[in-house]
Ligand binder design. Structure first.
Ligand SMILES: C[S@@+](CC[C@H](N)C(=O)[O-])C[C@H]1O[C@@H](n2cnc3c(N)ncnc32)[C@H](O)[C@@H]1O
Length: 311
Protein backbone atom coordinates (compact mmCIF):
# COMPACT_ATOMS: atom_id res chain seq x y z
CA UNK A 1 0.00 0.00 0.00
CA UNK A 2 1.38 3.37 -0.97
CA UNK A 3 0.95 6.72 0.74
CA UNK A 4 0.81 10.17 -0.78
CA UNK A 5 4.44 10.61 0.22
CA UNK A 6 5.57 7.73 -2.00
CA UNK A 7 4.25 9.52 -5.03
CA UNK A 8 5.85 12.90 -4.46
CA UNK A 9 7.62 14.27 -7.47
CA UNK A 10 10.82 16.15 -6.84
CA UNK A 11 11.57 19.65 -8.09
CA UNK A 12 11.10 22.99 -6.37
CA UNK A 13 9.83 21.34 -3.20
CA UNK A 14 9.57 23.61 -0.18
CA UNK A 15 10.51 22.09 3.12
CA UNK A 16 10.79 25.35 5.02
CA UNK A 17 13.01 25.33 8.06
CA UNK A 18 13.50 27.37 11.17
CA UNK A 19 12.94 31.05 10.46
CA UNK A 20 11.17 30.50 7.14
CA UNK A 21 7.91 32.35 7.15
CA UNK A 22 5.69 29.81 5.48
CA UNK A 23 2.45 31.68 6.10
CA UNK A 24 3.72 34.84 4.48
CA UNK A 25 5.18 32.90 1.54
CA UNK A 26 2.06 30.89 0.86
CA UNK A 27 -0.15 34.00 1.01
CA UNK A 28 2.19 35.77 -1.38
CA UNK A 29 2.87 32.91 -3.80
CA UNK A 30 -0.53 31.21 -3.67
CA UNK A 31 0.51 27.56 -3.52
CA UNK A 32 3.77 26.21 -2.12
CA UNK A 33 5.06 22.92 -3.44
CA UNK A 34 5.62 20.65 -0.45
CA UNK A 35 4.28 18.21 2.10
CA UNK A 36 1.58 19.84 4.19
CA UNK A 37 2.61 17.74 7.16
CA UNK A 38 5.92 19.61 7.31
CA UNK A 39 4.67 23.00 6.17
CA UNK A 40 1.71 23.20 8.56
CA UNK A 41 4.09 22.73 11.49
CA UNK A 42 5.82 25.95 10.51
CA UNK A 43 2.79 28.20 10.43
CA UNK A 44 2.76 30.83 13.14
CA UNK A 45 0.60 29.91 16.12
CA UNK A 46 -2.93 31.33 16.18
CA UNK A 47 -2.54 32.98 12.78
CA UNK A 48 -5.14 31.38 10.50
CA UNK A 49 -8.86 32.20 10.36
CA UNK A 50 -9.87 29.20 8.29
CA UNK A 51 -8.42 25.95 7.07
CA UNK A 52 -10.79 24.98 4.28
CA UNK A 53 -9.75 21.78 2.61
CA UNK A 54 -10.65 18.61 0.84
CA UNK A 55 -7.90 16.12 1.69
CA UNK A 56 -7.34 13.00 -0.39
CA UNK A 57 -10.14 10.62 0.49
CA UNK A 58 -9.24 7.11 1.61
CA UNK A 59 -8.00 4.86 -1.16
CA UNK A 60 -9.58 7.03 -3.79
CA UNK A 61 -7.18 8.42 -6.37
CA UNK A 62 -3.93 7.51 -8.02
CA UNK A 63 -2.26 10.55 -6.41
CA UNK A 64 -2.72 9.30 -2.86
CA UNK A 65 -3.70 5.86 -1.70
CA UNK A 66 -4.36 5.92 2.02
CA UNK A 67 -6.05 2.77 3.25
CA UNK A 68 -9.26 3.61 5.14
CA UNK A 69 -8.08 1.53 8.12
CA UNK A 70 -5.07 3.86 8.45
CA UNK A 71 -6.75 7.12 7.48
CA UNK A 72 -7.20 8.57 10.99
CA UNK A 73 -3.59 7.83 11.90
CA UNK A 74 -2.50 9.49 8.62
CA UNK A 75 -4.61 12.62 9.11
CA UNK A 76 -4.02 13.38 12.80
CA UNK A 77 -0.58 15.06 12.44
CA UNK A 78 -2.09 17.53 9.93
CA UNK A 79 -5.00 18.18 12.28
CA UNK A 80 -2.70 18.82 15.24
CA UNK A 81 -0.68 21.40 13.33
CA UNK A 82 -3.82 23.11 12.05
CA UNK A 83 -5.12 23.29 15.61
CA UNK A 84 -1.93 25.02 16.74
CA UNK A 85 -2.04 27.47 13.83
CA UNK A 86 -5.75 28.34 14.03
CA UNK A 87 -6.83 31.56 15.71
CA UNK A 88 -9.02 31.10 18.83
CA UNK A 89 -11.94 32.23 16.62
CA UNK A 90 -10.70 30.05 13.72
CA UNK A 91 -12.19 27.05 11.97
CA UNK A 92 -11.27 23.86 10.19
CA UNK A 93 -13.80 23.00 7.49
CA UNK A 94 -13.25 19.60 5.99
CA UNK A 95 -14.87 18.20 2.87
CA UNK A 96 -14.70 14.41 2.92
CA UNK A 97 -16.63 11.45 1.62
CA UNK A 98 -17.02 7.93 2.92
CA UNK A 99 -16.45 4.91 0.75
CA UNK A 100 -17.30 1.26 0.39
CA UNK A 101 -14.65 -1.05 1.90
CA UNK A 102 -12.83 -2.93 -0.85
CA UNK A 103 -11.34 -5.59 1.40
CA UNK A 104 -11.27 -6.96 4.94
CA UNK A 105 -14.20 -7.94 7.15
CA UNK A 106 -16.22 -4.87 6.07
CA UNK A 107 -15.85 -5.58 2.34
CA UNK A 108 -18.92 -4.30 0.50
CA UNK A 109 -20.13 -2.17 3.43
CA UNK A 110 -19.62 1.52 4.08
CA UNK A 111 -16.26 1.95 5.82
CA UNK A 112 -16.56 4.05 9.00
CA UNK A 113 -13.30 5.99 8.60
CA UNK A 114 -15.02 9.38 8.26
CA UNK A 115 -16.86 8.91 11.55
CA UNK A 116 -13.71 7.70 13.32
CA UNK A 117 -11.91 10.77 12.01
CA UNK A 118 -14.59 13.16 13.26
CA UNK A 119 -14.46 11.63 16.74
CA UNK A 120 -10.65 11.69 16.77
CA UNK A 121 -10.66 15.38 15.83
CA UNK A 122 -13.16 16.12 18.57
CA UNK A 123 -11.02 14.20 21.08
CA UNK A 124 -8.03 16.26 19.97
CA UNK A 125 -9.83 19.45 20.98
CA UNK A 126 -11.40 20.57 17.73
CA UNK A 127 -14.99 21.57 18.52
CA UNK A 128 -17.41 19.77 16.21
CA UNK A 129 -19.91 22.49 15.32
CA UNK A 130 -21.84 21.15 12.38
CA UNK A 131 -22.09 18.49 9.72
CA UNK A 132 -23.14 19.89 6.36
CA UNK A 133 -24.29 17.80 3.46
CA UNK A 134 -22.96 18.94 0.13
CA UNK A 135 -25.76 17.75 -2.18
CA UNK A 136 -24.66 17.15 -5.77
CA UNK A 137 -27.65 17.38 -8.09
CA UNK A 138 -25.52 16.04 -10.95
CA UNK A 139 -23.88 13.01 -9.25
CA UNK A 140 -22.58 10.57 -11.86
CA UNK A 141 -24.63 7.38 -12.29
CA UNK A 142 -22.80 4.05 -12.28
CA UNK A 143 -22.78 0.60 -10.71
CA UNK A 144 -22.48 0.94 -6.94
CA UNK A 145 -23.79 -2.44 -5.70
CA UNK A 146 -27.06 -2.55 -3.79
CA UNK A 147 -27.23 1.21 -3.38
CA UNK A 148 -28.00 4.36 -5.33
CA UNK A 149 -25.37 6.60 -6.93
CA UNK A 150 -23.37 8.90 -4.64
CA UNK A 151 -25.05 12.27 -4.62
CA UNK A 152 -23.63 13.90 -1.51
CA UNK A 153 -20.43 14.46 0.43
CA UNK A 154 -19.84 15.65 3.98
CA UNK A 155 -18.47 19.01 5.01
CA UNK A 156 -17.54 19.07 8.70
CA UNK A 157 -17.14 22.35 10.53
CA UNK A 158 -14.82 22.33 13.53
CA UNK A 159 -13.70 25.34 15.51
CA UNK A 160 -10.69 25.94 17.67
CA UNK A 161 -12.54 27.81 20.44
CA UNK A 162 -16.01 28.36 21.84
CA UNK A 163 -16.50 31.76 20.16
CA UNK A 164 -15.81 31.15 16.48
CA UNK A 165 -16.31 33.67 13.72
CA UNK A 166 -19.52 32.78 11.88
CA UNK A 167 -21.48 35.18 9.68
CA UNK A 168 -24.86 33.67 8.86
CA UNK A 169 -25.92 36.90 7.15
CA UNK A 170 -23.20 36.41 4.54
CA UNK A 171 -24.78 33.18 3.30
CA UNK A 172 -28.48 33.97 3.48
CA UNK A 173 -30.54 32.93 0.49
CA UNK A 174 -33.67 34.52 -1.05
CA UNK A 175 -36.87 33.92 0.90
CA UNK A 176 -39.20 31.34 -0.59
CA UNK A 177 -42.28 33.45 0.21
CA UNK A 178 -43.33 35.89 -2.51
CA UNK A 179 -43.08 39.66 -2.04
CA UNK A 180 -46.78 40.14 -1.21
CA UNK A 181 -46.53 37.56 1.58
CA UNK A 182 -43.32 39.14 2.93
CA UNK A 183 -44.96 42.61 2.93
CA UNK A 184 -47.99 41.20 4.72
CA UNK A 185 -45.86 39.54 7.40
CA UNK A 186 -43.88 42.73 8.00
CA UNK A 187 -47.14 44.62 8.70
CA UNK A 188 -48.42 41.90 11.01
CA UNK A 189 -48.72 43.41 14.48
CA UNK A 190 -49.45 40.09 16.15
CA UNK A 191 -46.65 37.93 14.84
CA UNK A 192 -46.10 36.04 18.05
CA UNK A 193 -48.66 33.28 18.24
CA UNK A 194 -48.23 30.35 20.55
CA UNK A 195 -49.96 28.00 18.20
CA UNK A 196 -48.82 24.51 17.32
CA UNK A 197 -47.09 25.92 14.24
CA UNK A 198 -45.69 29.16 15.71
CA UNK A 199 -44.16 27.99 19.00
CA UNK A 200 -44.36 31.56 20.30
CA UNK A 201 -41.74 32.75 17.78
CA UNK A 202 -42.21 36.31 16.49
CA UNK A 203 -42.78 35.64 12.82
CA UNK A 204 -42.79 39.32 11.82
CA UNK A 205 -39.00 39.32 12.34
CA UNK A 206 -38.32 36.43 9.96
CA UNK A 207 -38.44 38.70 6.94
CA UNK A 208 -36.33 41.53 8.35
CA UNK A 209 -33.06 39.62 8.03
CA UNK A 210 -32.36 40.18 4.34
CA UNK A 211 -32.69 36.51 3.40
CA UNK A 212 -33.42 33.05 4.73
CA UNK A 213 -31.08 30.79 6.69
CA UNK A 214 -29.76 28.41 3.99
CA UNK A 215 -29.81 25.35 6.25
CA UNK A 216 -27.11 22.71 6.46
CA UNK A 217 -27.73 21.01 3.11
CA UNK A 218 -25.71 22.91 0.55
CA UNK A 219 -26.64 22.10 -3.02
CA UNK A 220 -23.89 22.78 -5.54
CA UNK A 221 -23.38 20.95 -8.83
CA UNK A 222 -20.08 19.10 -9.17
CA UNK A 223 -17.85 20.52 -11.87
CA UNK A 224 -15.85 18.07 -13.92
CA UNK A 225 -12.52 19.64 -14.89
CA UNK A 226 -14.26 22.69 -16.21
CA UNK A 227 -12.17 25.27 -14.39
CA UNK A 228 -10.15 27.57 -16.54
CA UNK A 229 -6.73 26.03 -17.09
CA UNK A 230 -7.06 23.38 -14.37
CA UNK A 231 -6.75 19.67 -15.01
CA UNK A 232 -7.00 18.47 -11.40
CA UNK A 233 -9.07 15.30 -11.25
CA UNK A 234 -10.80 16.16 -7.97
CA UNK A 235 -11.37 19.91 -8.07
CA UNK A 236 -14.32 21.04 -5.98
CA UNK A 237 -16.90 23.48 -7.34
CA UNK A 238 -16.21 27.11 -6.57
CA UNK A 239 -19.72 27.54 -5.11
CA UNK A 240 -18.90 25.13 -2.28
CA UNK A 241 -15.78 27.04 -1.28
CA UNK A 242 -17.63 30.34 -1.57
CA UNK A 243 -20.35 29.30 0.87
CA UNK A 244 -17.97 28.28 3.65
CA UNK A 245 -15.38 31.01 3.16
CA UNK A 246 -18.08 33.69 3.33
CA UNK A 247 -19.56 32.18 6.50
CA UNK A 248 -16.37 31.39 8.39
CA UNK A 249 -14.04 34.32 7.63
CA UNK A 250 -14.18 38.08 7.74
CA UNK A 251 -13.02 40.13 4.77
CA UNK A 252 -9.23 40.33 4.96
CA UNK A 253 -9.16 37.06 6.95
CA UNK A 254 -6.54 34.37 6.34
CA UNK A 255 -7.56 31.16 4.58
CA UNK A 256 -5.18 28.21 4.10
CA UNK A 257 -5.83 25.04 2.12
CA UNK A 258 -3.14 22.48 3.02
CA UNK A 259 -4.29 20.09 0.24
CA UNK A 260 -4.67 22.78 -2.39
CA UNK A 261 -4.98 20.65 -5.55
CA UNK A 262 -6.15 22.96 -8.33
CA UNK A 263 -6.37 25.92 -5.90
CA UNK A 264 -10.16 26.33 -5.85
CA UNK A 265 -10.06 27.53 -2.22
CA UNK A 266 -7.36 30.06 -2.92
CA UNK A 267 -8.89 31.52 -6.05
CA UNK A 268 -12.33 31.86 -4.46
CA UNK A 269 -11.03 33.25 -1.17
CA UNK A 270 -8.95 35.89 -2.91
CA UNK A 271 -11.88 36.86 -5.09
CA UNK A 272 -13.88 37.38 -1.88
CA UNK A 273 -11.22 39.71 -0.48
CA UNK A 274 -9.56 37.22 1.87
CA UNK A 275 -5.83 36.46 2.01
CA UNK A 276 -5.29 32.93 0.89
CA UNK A 277 -2.59 30.37 0.24
CA UNK A 278 -2.00 26.66 0.36
CA UNK A 279 0.27 23.66 -0.04
CA UNK A 280 0.34 20.92 -2.63
CA UNK A 281 2.59 17.89 -2.74
CA UNK A 282 2.46 17.21 -6.48
CA UNK A 283 4.43 19.58 -8.65
CA UNK A 284 2.21 19.20 -11.71
CA UNK A 285 -0.81 20.32 -9.69
CA UNK A 286 1.18 23.25 -8.28
CA UNK A 287 2.00 24.44 -11.78
CA UNK A 288 -1.65 24.30 -12.85
CA UNK A 289 -2.76 25.94 -9.62
CA UNK A 290 -0.35 28.84 -10.02
CA UNK A 291 -1.53 29.40 -13.59
CA UNK A 292 -5.15 29.42 -12.46
CA UNK A 293 -4.43 31.85 -9.62
CA UNK A 294 -2.53 34.17 -11.95
CA UNK A 295 -5.36 34.17 -14.48
CA UNK A 296 -7.95 34.83 -11.80
CA UNK A 297 -6.06 37.52 -9.94
CA UNK A 298 -5.54 39.30 -13.23
CA UNK A 299 -9.32 39.71 -13.40
CA UNK A 300 -9.61 41.04 -9.83
CA UNK A 301 -10.32 44.58 -8.83
CA UNK A 302 -6.89 46.12 -8.13
CA UNK A 303 -6.22 46.57 -4.43
CA UNK A 304 -8.64 43.87 -3.36
CA UNK A 305 -5.92 41.73 -1.79
CA UNK A 306 -5.09 44.05 1.05
CA UNK A 307 -2.58 43.25 3.75
CA UNK A 308 -4.49 42.25 6.87
CA UNK A 309 -2.10 43.36 9.56
CA UNK A 310 0.67 40.98 8.59
CA UNK A 311 3.19 43.70 7.89
C1 LIG B 1 -9.02 16.21 -3.15
S1 LIG B 1 -7.59 16.99 -3.78
C2 LIG B 1 -7.91 18.71 -3.50
C3 LIG B 1 -8.67 19.36 -4.61
C4 LIG B 1 -8.89 20.84 -4.39
N1 LIG B 1 -9.84 21.08 -3.31
C5 LIG B 1 -9.37 21.50 -5.67
O1 LIG B 1 -10.48 22.05 -5.71
O2 LIG B 1 -8.65 21.43 -6.67
C6 LIG B 1 -6.36 16.65 -2.57
C7 LIG B 1 -4.98 17.15 -2.92
O3 LIG B 1 -4.11 16.94 -1.82
C8 LIG B 1 -2.81 16.70 -2.33
N2 LIG B 1 -1.99 16.07 -1.26
C9 LIG B 1 -2.00 14.78 -0.83
N3 LIG B 1 -1.15 14.61 0.19
C10 LIG B 1 -0.59 15.83 0.44
C11 LIG B 1 0.36 16.30 1.39
N4 LIG B 1 0.93 15.49 2.29
N5 LIG B 1 0.72 17.61 1.34
C12 LIG B 1 0.18 18.46 0.43
N6 LIG B 1 -0.72 18.06 -0.50
C13 LIG B 1 -1.12 16.76 -0.49
C14 LIG B 1 -3.06 15.80 -3.53
O4 LIG B 1 -1.97 15.81 -4.43
C15 LIG B 1 -4.33 16.44 -4.11
O5 LIG B 1 -4.02 17.39 -5.11
Amino acid sequence: MRDAGDLVDQGSIVTGGRGTDILRRSLAEGVLHGDAELLLQQLARESVDLFFTSPPYADARAYSRIHPDRYVEWFLPFARSMYEAAKPSGSLILNIKNRVAKDGPLKGQRHPYVYHLVLALQNMGWRWIETYIWAKPNGVPGKFGPRTKDSFEYVYHFTRGPKPYFDLDAIRVPYKADEAEIARRKRDTAGRRSTEAGFGRDRTKTYLLGGADPGNVVSVSQTYNQHRGVAHTAAMPEGLAEFFIKAATPKGGIVIDPFAGGATTIVVARRLGRLAGGFEIHERFVEDALRRIAADVADDIPGQLVNAGLG
